[in-house]
Write a protein that binds this ligand. Sequence first.
Ligand SMILES: [Zn+2]
Length: 336
Amino acid sequence: MQPPLKPIVYSKILQRVEDQAYLLKPMNCPFHILMYKSKTRSYRDLPIRWAELGTVYRYERSGVLHGMLRVRGFTQDDAHIFCRPDQLEEEILEVLDLAEFMLTTFGYTEYEIELSVRDPEAKEKYIGDDAVWEQAEAALVRALEQKGWSYSRQEGEAKFYGPAIDIKILDALGRGWQGPTIQVDFNEPERFDVTYIGEDGEEHRAVMIHRTVLGAMERFVGGLIEHYAGAFPAWLAPVQVVVIPIADAQIPYAHRVAERLLREDFRVEVDDRNERVGYKIREAEVQKVPYMLVVGKREVADGTVSVRKRGEGDIGQMSSEEFCKRLRAEVELKAL
Ligand SMILES: [Zn+2]
């Protein structure tokens, strides 16, 4: 059984709704532990990896709240891996692979990696078996070495319950952002009695890895906006294409072009306001929309669109088909 929450915390945050007690969820781990403990697990069942986009809450003082970067309710790409100590290295390596894949996909190519380990002079400050600590730290080191990543070893920086790898990502301006974290945890398995039946038929303590890759989605997206200075690659842009009719006569055609793109799930808008074309183009540029499709008399007659690409200007006339194909390829590649 889990220990009860401290009464003072409980009374402060408990809400009763139709006789049901509601609490703000501060973290996802205990729920994954409950799932794990819903039945007896054998060494053959491990590793078990559970991921969720979990919404959690923190009391941040109003003075420190900051746009999307520091909020009170946020959603994490959180996962917990329950494994045997001998599986740690492989599991960590897979998390590092995933972190690399995600970060490079979003266009982050520079990282700073910190490995937080025990203070070798003060082992009594940490919970968990000495041998398991050694094994866990060695597993983290070997995983980092296998990736060929350089890292700084921070002795004494580990939390009392386990060693960790923290990846700081550097954005386009060289500013550091908190990135993926991989935390090995001996404490929660101990506190919540998380075990598995080993090959020897005995109960053994499982090891838990907490990991997030993007972290809090809100902050990650805030970081992305900064990284790209709002000029998202086409696959990420909230509006990928604006169709701009030159005169009112081309408005129906502009909508037909947009519908064609919408059918392929592209994010498209038609700017059919009664404004000059130059003004609309300028506005779409300021909005950093990746593509503008300008349609006038000639385009309607030829069944084409005139394509303007952000940063490149006019790239010529083509059929809507051809433009779709081009955008499809760019989006599928997640081109940056
Ligand atoms: Zn956790």
